[in-house]
Design a protein around this ligand. Structure first.
Ligand code: P6P
Length: 345
């Protein structure tokens, strides 16, 4: 990949230029979706600034509150949530927000008066318990249309299957800060250049390898895994030169970071049902669905072990789902172990 600043690099393309480019290819596009993506990217830059200085100002640690998930809310969770709400409210294109940090859906009466027509569901800061120990974290977002002639936007308007998403993306606040998103026409990655404050196109047309050698799962929960999954874990750990096994285990404890590495290099991330999380831990609407949209657009696969994530009809904003996501052949192999055991049972 040529350095985006090298003289012979023809296209230093910013995220804004890319978005406008894409808009010009959409007949009848009004620019509203482009402005929505701009609003999200502005909040991402502000959250990035807050994270990069977390060790210097008093934003480490917890708010003392417990969020709707029953998890201790980190100060930065609350900060990230309020930055995205503020940016979306100010931008005027979003009419309803669903956030991991807020029990109910948040209708946005737009200041400009004209009703926004987009719904944004998000995890403002995933993996935030890692902040205090300087491990990378991320933001995940999912975008739907408010159905035509819907009237007052409410939670039901947001409870659409993942296949109805019109956009999805994540920001990974890692060694560099990247924004990766799809609108159904492939996946593109942008790296923040803090010296100019712009996200620059650094990973055009991302595709994920059909197979890889990395598996990401919390093996501390092995005893409570489905028998088929236990057998799959034994399979990946078995020495077999021909199939490059044993695979490497890489589990950061930050879904966005594990997902991003596996997307680029190949691999599988699994958060199954466990004794403690009987429905799995990852939320369907603002973690699994957006990442499933992205991984499918990149040629990968995402299921709950049996069913395509994007086909699941949601019933609650914060519902959880088991998640098998990543390289297509690896996800299919893991499913085959799950189904084999199911057939025997
Ligand atoms: P465990 C972070 O809380 C998160 O939602 C994901 O980012 C991460 O992959 C997972 O939970 C870690 O959960 O139970 O393995 O600590």
């Amino acid at each position: 990949m040529k350095d985006v600043y090298s003289p012979d690099h023809k296209h230093i393309m910013t995220l804004e230029q890319f978005i406008i480019d894409q808009q010009e290819r959409e007949p009848g596009a009004t620019g509203a979706f482009s402005r929505l993506l701009r609003d999200i990217s502005i909040a991402a830059k502000i959250v990035n600034r807050d994270i990069r200085r977390a060790g210097l100002v008093d934003i480490f640690g917890t708010t003392g509150e417990v969020n709707v998930q029953g998890e201790t809310q980190q100060k930065l969770d609350a900060l990230a949530h309020s930055e995205f709400v503020r940016a979306l409210k100010r931008g005027g294109e979003c009419c309803l927000i669903g956030s991991e940090e807020h029990a109910e859906a948040i209708p946005l009466a737009t200041q400009s008066g004209n009703e926004g027509k987009y719904i944004v569901l998000m995890d403002p800061l995933d993996g935030s318990s890692n902040i205090d120990v300087n491990v990378s974290v991320g933001t995940i977002f999912s975008i739907y249309y408010l159905p035509d002639d819907y009237g007052e936007p409410d939670l039901d308007a947001a409870l659409q299957a993942g296949s109805e998403q019109i956009g999805a993306g994540y920001v990974v606040y890692g060694s560099s800060t990247m924004l990766v998103y799809t609108t159904g026409h492939g996946v593109n990655g942008f790296t923040l250049d803090p010296s100019v404050g712009e996200f620059l196109l650094s990973h055009p047309s991302i595709t994920t390898p059909k197979r890889g050698k990395v598996y990401s799962i919390n093996e501390g929960n092995t005893e409570s895994f489905d028998e088929g999954l236990q057998e799959y874990i034994r399979w990946v750990q078995h020495h077999d030169k021909e199939t490059s096994r044993p695979y490497k285990t890489r589990y950061i404890g930050s879904f966005v970071s594990d997902f991003h590495r596996n997307l680029l290099k190949g691999g599988i991330y699994i958060y199954p049902a466990t004794k403690k999380n009987k429905e799995g831990k990852l939320r369907l609407m603002y973690e699994s669905n957006p990442m499933a949209f992205i991984v499918e657009q990149a040629g990968g696969r995402a299921t709950n072990g049996h069913e395509r994530i994007l086909d699941i009809q949601p019933s609650k904003l914060h519902q959880r789902t088991p998640l098998f996501i990543g390289s297509e052949e690896m996800v299919k192999r893991a499913e085959s172990f799950m189904q084999r055991k199911q057939v025997k049972a």
